[in-house]
Design a protein around this ligand. Sequence first.
Ligand code: GLN
Ligand code: ZN
Length: 746
Amino acid sequence: MTAPVPGATVLGYPRIGTRLELKRATEDYWAGRLDAAGLLEMGARLRHSVWTDLRESGLEQIPSNTFSFYDQVLDTALLVDAIPERFRHLDGLDAYFAMARGTDGTPGLETREWFGTGYHHLVPEVGRDTRFRLAAAGRSKPLAEYLEARTLGVETRPVLVGPLTFLLLSAASAGFRPLDLLDDLIEVYAELLERLSGAGAQWVQLDEPVLATDLTSHELAALGHAYRRLARLPSRPRLLVATAFGDIGDALAVLAGTPVEAIGLDFVTGPGNLRTLASIGGLPLRTLVAGVVDGRNIWRTDLRRALATCASLLGLAGELVVSTSCSLQHVPLDLDAEPDLEPDLRARLSFARQKIDEVVLLGQALRQERAVPRRDVAMNAPDHRVRARVDVLGDGRPRAEWPVRSAAQRRVFGLPPLPTTTIGSFPRSAEVRRTRADWRAGRIDEAAHDQVVRAEIDRVIAFQERLGLDVLVHGEPERDDMVGYFAEQLRGFTLTAEGWVQAAGDRYVRPPILHGDVSRPVPMTVRWATYAQSRTDRPVKGVLTGPVTLLARSYARTDLPRADIARQLALALRDEIHDLEAAGIGIIQIDEPALRELLPLRRAERAFYLSWATSVFRLATSGVADTTQIHTHICQSWSQDVLAAISALDADVTSVEAARPRTEPLSGARAALFRTGVGPGVYDSRSSRAPGTDEMAQALHHLLQSIEPDRLWVNPDCGFRTREPAEIETALRNMVAAAHHVRRSL
Ligand code: GLN
Ligand code: ZN
């Protein structure tokens, strides 16, 4: 075994800029305020600043091609010319952004969550007609960026989405297996590797996060085949196959059986990797890139523990390189942008820039056998009242059987069959946006803010009455986002000022930090819900964000199991639900759009997750009277096991996304999973297309084949947050007309 020579690297880095320059530039480009040259120029500036940062912080190996104008999987699709027919007439940035976002009438690629990170990638489309080839012969993006960095004097390691991950993330036409295209795809990667090598690249990183999911033996064999073929190339860079997001299990032995020079393993979320590594006798002649600094969460690394992990790995590899567990694109850029954070909390945080320092420190410590500084990584002192309450309430008492509840609710609300409602948010008017910004910046006082919010609620209520909706909402004008609004008011959370991360190519979020025991000091939504209810005789539905979604979309503490954190969140919401109920709000919706986001990558772990996720929802909602109607709303693609869990939430009414292109309709066996009220979206509220009355009436008739009329609700797929005020009226009018029409035929 050769003597280990430790180094330090990161698997990827945020690409959005210190001041969200990427967001601004792409939005300006889409709006026609910036031309292509200006956009490309901004891209170059962002790349330079990343490379400079990484070099100056002392990293020995610097990644490139981690920049993207939208998404790295989309970049890869273009790189290998996997461009669906409907975009073939476009080129350059037009083709790129059309695939990302669609163009009038032509839908873009679907998006899907990237391995439980909250980031959403685009789903490539492949099929029998796909002919992979290397884009733009020789001026492909990885090569161009490698050369660009080189011109700046920075030697980099180009990062590619690996061929197996690319194909397994792709969608294919029915009856076609993307993996059948593997040999063709490998040839394109081979050509690219040769070109990179010709340009001088010493190393290339191939990201294969798909290895943290369950793979069939056929898929594992394909993995071995792919990397044996690539490693056989006569002139190529050295290959680092990087994995992330958990244990890779059997895939490690398969990879070790190929001649790749380096393997990256996640030792933060994948503790089993250490065992697997030992069981195959280590990687005595290879480089092990050890992900010991958490790339997905924002806590400071316990350097002593990380160093101990590294020490235990030394004997298991020819060479050890200290690294992050995944790309740092999932954490905010720089803690220095947060001077106002409470010092005790701030001292425990580490964003992307700080994580580089940690990686470098660990690398140095390993090389010089020098001790790393001791750091305080302790969490907040427990709030004993919260802990005791969790213990006492457990999972709460189940509600009465649905027939009992629904009869009670029918008496109170007297709703017609096929009641109509919406999901919560209404389009944000320019005035509301301005008012929120002015209020946040301290330019207007709370009274002035509240006056505008109330006027907006008046407008939204009047609008819904005019359209004839049965269950109204207040429109959520006071919420800039569905998670931050609650996090701001709950104890145990802190919000950052600039902690932005990309949730998708055109979506940026600022996840709150969930660092302490959670409780709700004062009511959060009651005054707006009751104000809205005071403006109408129809029932107004209170809308809250659910415990799982609050957890999934925050950076959560790691010293408590997630189920326990979720239980605390559920109790805080239980208090809010209680207060809403006491204030006369008889219908309360708990949104859980992120239920699917926390779903473990491994099937074997899903049942456990789904059981606690559903039990915390019931803990939040089970304290109400039979007459109080609990709704839940779930969007984004669901699968059969998730659907079963959704029905186990035991809500009185569940609205689910069902109308977006490529979502499976909720009928037949899938609809039969529900025994309570269900509202499969009858139109896609994220599209500006307004379906006609007939189209929606037909959808309802179809649904009535598997859902009885007293259980079927009529609503769109999701809220209207992203719509313009003028866009929704026709669609909603048609939806109400469709419901009336179908009611008459009952
Ligand atoms: N009530 C929220 C809204 O309408 C739900 C958002 C969501 O499901 N993503 O905006
Ligand atoms: Zn939704």
